[in-house]
Write a protein that binds this ligand. Structure first.
Ligand SMILES: Nc1ncnc2c1ncn2[C@@H]1O[C@H](COP(=O)(O)OP(=O)(O)OP(=O)(O)O)[C@@H](O)[C@H]1O
Length: 232
C-alpha cells in the first residue's frame, strides 16, 4: 500500500500541508508517523482513511473504506455508555456477525489486561480515566478484522504498562498476514520496544524514514534526534 506524490492543502491559497509526500507502508511491522504539532499527521491519516481528498497524487494498491478501522482523536461518545456497550458498538461494525457472548474481545489478554477489561466492562465511559478509555477503544478496534488500522496517538495519556500492552497488541495485529497498521505518537522512547518503521513529516515532506535504530544512530536520545531533523 503506497501513497504516491501526494499534495494537500485545506483551502485555495493556503499553505501546503503535504507536499509531494511518498509513503510505502510496511506490511509486517508498525508504521509510525512522527511530526511536530500541526505537521499534518492527522491530515495524512484522514487521506488514508478516505475522508479527505488530496489535491494531487494517489493511494496506490489501497483498500476499500469498509476494510479500514480508524481511531480518531476525541470522538464524543455518550458518557452514559458502559465499557461493554462501546466494545459491542465497535464489534457490531464487523463484517462478520458478532456474538456478544463470544469471548473474542478477551482473547490474548494478559492477567492485568483481563482484570482491567472486566473492571471497565460495567463502568460508564464518563467514569473511566482518559487512559482507560483510550486503552478500551484501541483494544476493541484491534478485535475487528480489517486490512488497514489507523491509530491517531493510541498511547497518549496511557500509563507505561498499558502503553506497552497497547503497542504489543498493535505489533501483533501488524504481524498478521495482510494487515497494515499505521499510528502516530509524540512519545518516541516507546518505539524502542517494538518493530517499527518510522516516517517523520516536516514542512509537508517526509524528512526521515527508517527504523528506530536508524533514528537513534546519531543521537541516542530519540527526542534529540527528532529535534535535529526538524531543525534542518
Ligand atoms: N479543516 C481545516 N482547515 C484548515 N486548516 C486545518 C484544518 N484541519 C487542520 N488544519 C491545519 O493543518 C495543519 C495540520 O494539522 P494536523 O491536525 O494534520 O496536524 P497533526 O500533525 O496531526 O498535529 P498534532 O500533533 O497536534 O495532532 C495544522 O496547521 C492545522 O491547523
Amino acid at each position: 500500500m503506497e501513497i504516491v506524490n501526494m499534495d494537500f492543502r485545506y483551502q485555495e491559497g493556503g499553505r501546503k500541508i503535504l507536499d509531494n509526500v511518498n509513503v510505502r507502508l510496511k506490511p509486517d511491522q508498525l508504521n509510525v508517523v512522527l511530526g511536530l504539532n500541526g505537521s499534518g499527521k492527522t491530515t495524512l491519516f484522514n487521506i488514508m482513511a478516505g475522508s479527505l481528498k488530496p489535491n494531487a497524487g494517489e493511494l496506490s494498491e489501497w483498500v476499500k473504506k469498509s476494510e479500514i478501522a480508524y481511531q480518531v482523536q476525541g470522538v464524543p461518545f455518550l458518557n452514559a455508555l458502559k465499557g461493554k456497550d462501546l466494545v459491542r458498538l465497535f464489534l457490531k461494525t464487523a463484517s462478520r456477525p458478532f456474538d456478544v457472548q463470544n469471548p473474542v474481545f478477551f482473547d490474548g489478554m494478559n492477567e492485568r489486561e483481563q482484570s482491567l477489561a472486566k473492571h471497565l466492562w460495567h463502568l460508564k465511559l464518563g467514569d473511566m480515566s482518559l487512559g482507560e478509555r483510550r486503552w478500551l477503544m484501541v483494544t476493541a478496534m484491534c478485535a475487528l478484522d480489517r486490512k488497514l488500522y489507523i491509530f491517531d496517538e493510541p498511547t497518549s495519556g496511557v500509563d507505561p504498562d498499558s502503553r506497552l500492552n497497547v503497542l504489543n497488541r498493535l505489533e501483533s495485529v501488524a504481524s498478521s498476514s495482510g494487515q497494515y497498521v499505521v499510528m502516530s505518537t509524540h512519545t518516541l522512547q516507546e518505539l524502542g520496544h517494538v518493530e517499527c518503521h518510522i516516517f517523520l513529516v516536516h514542512d509537508g515532506r517526509i524528512v526521515f524514514e527508517g527504523s528506530y535504530t536508524d533514528l537513534t544512530s546519531v543521537h541516542q536520545n530519540p527526542d534529540e534526534a527528532f529535534r535535529e531533523l526538524v531543525r534542518s
